[in-house]
Design a protein around this ligand. Structure first.
Ligand code: CP
Ligand code: NVA
Length: 307
């Protein structure tokens, strides 16, 4: 049966772990496997801007022996003119897989329900599962086993990164804490799904209203932009409401002394994180950005193998 990665909990703990194992192998030997030899094509569709996702998918697909087909919605028929389902039915006759960066999660669900090729969420308003595979790979490289580690995400708790940390972190057996002000909490349904997953893996979910307490004892501290793509009109209000959640040296000092700092990037320096932390010794952001390549290659290999 065709498998997709639309949200982080589409993978079981064992599947997530197997993909991370493979990513580590591919990082050591980048051209070890070429499942896309032919070459086969993978379509990567963007409704929103991107640097890391575009580059890492394009390079990764080429590394696997394939050809990346990068499509901007702005100059395609998708997005108003043709449905996601019809688009996928055209693409599936010619490509091995589809990755799509979009707004509504429901678009990805519609596309996946109506196609025979794997569909990968390359970021939606709700989740960013490819980034989480890269983040977990980075944490594993620096800290070893994931299960039992405590990770705190601060800021916009309703954004795709926070919600993906809830699902992917608990899948890995981690203790996931989210620190966010009222009105910026993760969706109740996501918290419920993450809590259920945590019960099965030995992880946990804790929501904090205040930042200071949320990082005490944390192994990993994470933040993301306060103004996600699509939220630009709320910028002024967000900068005010989220100001107290900035990750700065004082806040990071409350976590474990060797706590890692992660940020999916792009960062708004001086807002959700200070330059001092972003460029400091605890930051692993460049490993994290590189790991998009290795994690997505492993994901593609795994998805193609399931088909
Ligand atoms: N982290 C991330 O997804 O970056 P891009 O928006 O540059 O792809
Ligand atoms: N939360 C951010 C992530 C960017 C990679 C956004 O959606 O814009």
């Amino acid at each position: 049966m065709t498998r997709h990665l639309l949200r982080d909990d589409d993978l079981s703990q064992a599947e997530q772990s197997a993909i991370l194992d493979l990513a580590l192998e591919l990082k050591k030997d980048r051209f070890a496997v070429t499942p896309l030899a032919g070459p086969q094509t993978v379509a990567v569709i963007f409704d929103k801007s991107s640097t890391r996702t575009r580059v890492s998918f394009a390079v990764g697909i080429a590394d696997l022996g394939g050809v990346p087909l990068i499509i901007s919605t702005a100059n395609s028929q998708l997005g108003g003119k043709e449905t996601a389902t019809d688009t996928a039915r055209v693409l599936e006759r010619q490509v091995a897989a589809i990755a799509w960066r979009t707004y509504a999660q429901s678009g990805l669900e519609e596309m996946a329900a109506g196609t025979t090729v794997p569909v990968i969420n390359a970021l939606s308003d709700d989740f960013h599962p490819c980034q989480l595979l890269a983040d977990l790979l980075t944490i594993r490289e620096h800290r070893g086993a994931l299960a039992g580690l405590t990770v705190t995400f601060l800021g916009d708790g309703a954004c795709n990164m926070a919600q993906s940390y809830l699902l992917a972190g608990t899948t890995a057996g981690m203790h996931v804490r989210i620190a966010a002000p009222a009105g910026y909490e993760p969706a109740d349904a996501v918290v419920a799904d993450a809590t259920r997953r945590a019960q099965a893996t030995g992880g946990s979910v804790t929501l904090f209203a205040e930042p200071a307490e949320s990082v005490v004892g944390a192994d990993v501290v994470v933040t993301d932009t306060w103004v996600s793509m699509g939220r630009e009109s709320e910028k002024a209000e967000r900068l005010t409401r989220l100001n107290a959640y900035q990750v700065n040296a004082e806040l990071l000092a409350r976590a474990k002394p060797d706590a890692l700092f992660l940020h999916c990037l792009p960062a708004d320096r001086g807002f959700e994180v200070t330059a001092e932390v972003l460029d400091g010794p605890q930051s692993v952001i460049w490993d994290e950005a590189e790991n998009r390549l290795h994690a997505q290659k492993a994901l593609l290999v795994w998805l193609l193998h399931q088909a």
